[in-house]
Write a protein that binds this ligand. Structure first.
Ligand code: 2BA
Length: 106
């Protein structure tokens, strides 16, 4: 059994949830924050049997899209020197880690 840890943009989370539900893939959704942009994103924990791994990864790829966001480094900082020009940053589709599950108990 594998655990897929998928960090996705909030804009994609409902579509991915619907697709996983439709495919009857059990999952847990966590509200998380990216360390670089410090914006909210969503982390899915998805436990799957080995044969479900590739179809589940395919669902993630289908429903999680690449986007460009404007990042304002230093926004919210107290010192004016901390402000630098905004930069465009590519985010997504999804950041995926796949780990072996040693055991699974309910
Ligand atoms: P953030 O950390 O907010 O990063 C958002 C996007 O900013 C990243 O998109 C990447 O394009 C860019 N970025 C991140 N660190 C950067 C840096 N030091 N310099 C320049 N650009 C940088 P993604 O790669 O698609 O990552 C989306 C989110 O996935 C990340 O949000 C973070 O929450 C998570 N993530 C990515 N790599 C990770 C890792 N190795 N470990 C844990 N979480 C990770």
């Amino acid at each position: 059994m594998k655990v897929i840890i998928a960090i996705v943009q909030n804009a994609d989370r409902n579509n991915l949830t619907n697709a996983l539900r439709q495919a009857r893939v059990p999952h847990t959704r966590l509200n998380t924050v990216g360390g670089f942009l410090r914006q909210g994103n969503t982390t899915f924990l998805i436990g799957v049997d080995d044969h479900q791994l590739e179809p589940t990864l395919q669902l993630i790829h289908t429903h999680c899209h690449e986007r460009e966001v404007l990042h304002r480094p230093g926004a919210g900082a107290l010192h004016p020197d901390a402000y630098v020009s905004p930069v465009h940053v590519q985010v997504g589709g999804a950041t995926i880690f796949i780990v072996d599950a040693e055991s699974y108990r309910l």
